[in-house]
Design a protein around this ligand. Sequence first.
Ligand code: ATP
Ligand code: MG
Ligand code: FE
Length: 332
Amino acid sequence: VNILGIETSCDETSASVVQDGRTVLSNIIASQADIHKRFGGVVPEVASRRHVENITLTIEEALQEAGKTLDDIQAIAVTYGPGLVGALLVGVAAAKAISYARGIPLIGVHHIAGHIYANRLVTEMEFPLIALVVSGGHTELVWMKEHGHYEILGETRDDAAGEAYDKVARALQLPYPGGPHIDRLAHEGTPSIPLPRAWLEPNSYDFSFSGLKSAVLNTLHNASQRGESISPQDLAASFQDSVTEVLVEKTIRAVKEYRARQVLLAGGVAANRGLRERLSKRCGEEGLPLVIPPLSLCTDNAAMIAAAGYISYQKRRFARLDLNGVPGLPLS
Ligand code: ATP
Ligand code: MG
Ligand code: FE
């Protein structure tokens, strides 16, 4: 079974062909990061227009690289939320048009389910499992007892992890998106600057990053008031240390409490080297099987959408042709 995946929830226009939910035949990603860079963030109207310009060619390229035509595609899986409504609608409209024209089923996919299923392109899932989802808009611990079943154990009460990275990067005058730049700086510094860790209530699996972000901004502000200079490398290392310690320790606690058989890392911030290293080390110590997608499958892409869509295909959970973009679509 070949599924054509389409992703346009934010600023990547992506199309992919995935075979049997596991094998990536193509994964074309047209990133708009360069256009949004000069605005310091994604401009929704600009993103929608770019998706319109790119979508047809991206789909054609995905089919061509896979060596397939639409005759070889059994279903279309598309992200229908959460995300920017105007951006989502471009992918949804394209998917509906192909579904209608070719008479093949349409599958609506939750973007975060897609991030989680990027892991199934690496190895088979073992249930029950815990997924740590860390992206530009989400920070969640998700418990899955079977395919397509998601229970949120905890989530951020303010900023998402990626958002905190991007805001701290902006304060350090690094380009958008700042996450990768902080990651690089952090590896050149030492975590010598004391910053808070938001553990919240002892039993909570929730996260909070706005206090940490403020502490970083205050540290910079106070140093400049006193005419002192602060090492951006050390500040990045200290920030990364605080973020990753809380993310990793809460994940380990959840895995133990829920007796998970596997740990998955998902979302754009899963590309973070500090997080990958720390989570690998802790899972190794605890003897917990960990899966981390390759960098190319961590950030937004359509292969993960096709992989998640395959589960719905098997369950014959198809969408109707009145499928709409849902900006605030819940996961569970
Ligand atoms: P969501 O998936 O929640 O809808 P999104 O799709 O915008 O949000 P992703 O594309 O999944 O987010 O991830 C982008 C985020 O990942 C950005 O905030 C970016 O800074 C961050 N990011 C990417 N690489 C790294 C890295 N190496 N270290 C830290 N953050 C990173
Ligand atoms: Mg993006
Ligand atoms: Fe994403």
